[in-house]
Design a protein around this ligand. Sequence first.
Ligand SMILES: Nc1nc2c(ncn2[C@@H]2O[C@H](COP(=O)(O)OP(=O)(O)OP(=O)(O)O)[C@@H](O)[C@H]2O)c(=O)[nH]1
Ligand SMILES: [Mg+2]
Ligand SMILES: [Zn+2]
Length: 399
Amino acid sequence: MVGATRRYTYFDSKVQIRLKDALKTRTPHAAEHEDEENPLVKSEQIRRAHEDRSRDRRKLSRKRERHSPLPQSAEQTDLDTGRVVAAEGAYFVARLTDGREFRTRTYRGTRTENPGSTLVAIGDLIRFRVETEVTTDEKDIAVIEDVLRRSTKLARKAAGRGDTFEQVVVSNVDLLVIVATATDPPLRAGIIDRYIVAGLEGGLQIAIAINKMDLALEAEREEVLYFRDVYRELGYAVHSVSATSGVGIEELRTTIEGKTSVFAGHSGVGKSSLINALFGSEVNRTGELSKKYRRGAHTTTSSSLTPLPGSADTYIADTPGVREFANFELDSHTLKFSFVEFLRYQDQCRIANCSHLHEPGCAVRQAVEDDAIALERYSSYEKLFAEARSEETRRLYNP
Ligand SMILES: Nc1nc2c(ncn2[C@@H]2O[C@H](COP(=O)(O)OP(=O)(O)OP(=O)(O)O)[C@@H](O)[C@H]2O)c(=O)[nH]1
Ligand SMILES: [Mg+2]
Ligand SMILES: [Zn+2]
């Protein structure tokens, strides 16, 4: 019986079922593990899977060894250091502190301090060498020698590239502004929480802009107020705004002033429209909502980083909206730390290292019951936990 109770320490019932299914259809390799029902064996398997993954990663970084940092050499002294502010086809626009811009590209010799990840992302600091002084337009052509270590990032799982590859949307920014909508599409905590987890993992501060308030009906306004309170209580700035009417834009400006921000969220929520409203002019192309799905038509196709006129040291990165934002490397053991309201209660959980899912005497679940933790947030945690678990299980059998 001890085994039976312990088995539920980490697995919620849905995950448990999924795990059992996975075990039923296990590969011959997995069939060697006779006592797979033993939770200790499972955690050992998961640990081994993690090791295998790090080995894969190391292989990947060896493959990219040409992208490893070089010791400083005399050869490097003629390199310029700039920041990637836009992507144009195969080129990256790098801006120097003096405002000069160069069109840069990678080559076989490009090295990176960020192995296993996007080679060049918007926001990256790069060292590059100017190849030609003569160009067809105002930007010189240059090759990227080094991509420097990213201090922060917004990353997601690259679509279709396996889960060991991290796609960096933007790097070296301070603040993630999660853009959601009061309506069209309706407000959902799930996607906001997904972005919060990604932002915290990447070392970013969090703010939330709930757009399209001009379209919101009474009930939707009330919902916005409810979520505004929930997220403010967690310490995140929340603004209800309308890019169309201008409501809340000045408050949003105060939040982003003096910082470098990335605006992220589903396609069609109005990221580009909000940035245009902050600029007071059209700088980003915005789109019509596709009538069929009433969703965004993926108007913004690449990220870009632009200084906000009239505000010192303020930069904004617009990003293309994605239909599904998949978190990179969700870890079921550490996920709970991204739900900051849990931290206040976790010490009172009866079981050390409680996952706050099924353990008896869980103070976090009690707080949910007492309405001290929002049920929507707890549901997001359950969902993301299940996702992390199923990925961990899948990796175990398809390392
Ligand atoms: N009524 C209303 N419409 C808005 C508002 N903000 C944006 N829209 C409209 O929503 C549509 C999508 O806006 P975009 O700014 O292109 O959205 P986006 O988030 O940049 O979309 P992607 O670039 O595809 O990720 C456009 O038709 C905008 O005019 C708003 O506050 N109110
Ligand atoms: Mg856009
Ligand atoms: Zn607990």
